[in-house]
Design a protein around this ligand. Structure first.
Ligand SMILES: [Zn+2]
Ligand SMILES: [Zn+2]
Length: 311
């Protein structure tokens, strides 16, 4: 699958599709800046009146659930084809990944395939090295790679980078339903918080912590893979770009911070390949394989890893 993706990446079709329309552009601003403002505003909130164990539990649940939707679903499965999934798992992963509010699935996959096709070179949608290597250029590049690029109205052309996804009517439907999954991911915590505490206030605090704050935290963890994991960390494997392994983010990113290995071997279902490199997403794929939900998982072999090693 990767071979065809890379082939399509150098095909004659234009890099960009039609530009993002007015309301989706405004929506991009709202759903990035409002959750972020909520996170900052959260600091003075005190335990006991505006935050409790129900909020913490719901936030942890929705964080884990939607993070895996992105890492196992959008990233390892849809973008890179690290395994094959049956129809129900395929559609389920598309929906849960959409609930992370990182954009509709077709945008996400097209952007990320473009990132790999041009990693840290001209055409990469979010390289921190886009402006040069001086401290000022790198500061600018960090902002651009982290979240500045998200506001770019020029959208990656899914016809060029994700024709396989466009050909799937179920995927196109989930893509069109992005507004619905946005509502679900924000209202479900509120509903659960309200029911568990049997109070309107419980619904409000759960909406805030397990809805807005959770969305924003996952945004920043995902973006940190694009920014930090192309600047700071180790490069134990051969990749043609500046991708790094950055261990402090391994748990929150559910294994995605082993980004140097990922760029060295993009279709591998496991990113944390060495002893002690926690990779929760790989463990979830392993479980799915045991249940028979996914097949043809591309697990790394010692021979392959030896070939990819930098020294
Ligand atoms: Zn990368
Ligand atoms: Zn990738």
């Amino acid at each position: 699958m990767t071979a065809t993706v890379e082939e399509s990446g150098v095909g004659p079709k234009p890099m960009f599709g039609s530009p993002r329309a007015h309301w989706p552009q405004i929506g991009t601003y709202i759903f990035i800046l409002v959750p972020f403002a909520a996170l900052i505003g959260a600091v003075p909130f005190a335990w006991g009146w505006g935050l409790g164990w129900v909020d913490v539990g719901l936030a942890a649940f929705f964080y884990t659930f939607t993070c895996l939707g992105v890492t196992v679903g959008f990233h390892r499965y849809f973008t890179h084809g690290a395994f094959k999934a049956n129809r129900a798992v395929r559609v389920g992963l598309a929906i849960v990944g959409s609930m992370a509010l990182q954009g509709p699935i077709l945008h996400w996959v097209a952007d990320h395939r473009r990132h790999h096709a041009f990693a840290d070179r001209d055409g990469d949608p979010h390289s921190p090295w886009a402006f040069g290597t001086s401290p000022v250029a790198l500061a600018k590049g960090f902002w651009h790679a982290h979240m500045g690029w998200v506001f770019d109205r020029k959208l990656t052309n899914a016809e060029r980078f994700a024709p396989d996804m466009l050909a799937d009517t179920d995927i196109r439907r989930v893509d069109r339903q992005f507004g619905l999954w946005t509502a679900v991911t924000l209202l479900a915590p509120a509903l659960l918080g309200g029911l568990i505490t049997w109070s309107w206030w419980g619904a409000v605090t759960a909406f805030f912590w397990a809805g807005l704050v959770r969305v924003s935290l996952l945004h920043h963890v995902t973006w940190s893979v694009n920014s930090i994991c192309h600047i700071v960390g180790d490069r134990p494997f051969k990749s043609r770009d500046k991708a790094t392994n950055f261990w402090p983010l391994a748990i929150l990113s559910m294994g995605e911070a082993w980004h140097n290995l990922h760029h060295a071997d993009p279709t591998s279902a496991r990113h944390g390949v060495r002893r002690g490199q926690l990779d929760v997403s790989a463990r979830v794929i392993w479980l799915f394989e045991r249940f028979g939900w996914v097949t043809e998982v591309r697990w790394p072999t010692p021979q392959r890893l030896a070939k990819l090693a930098a020294d």
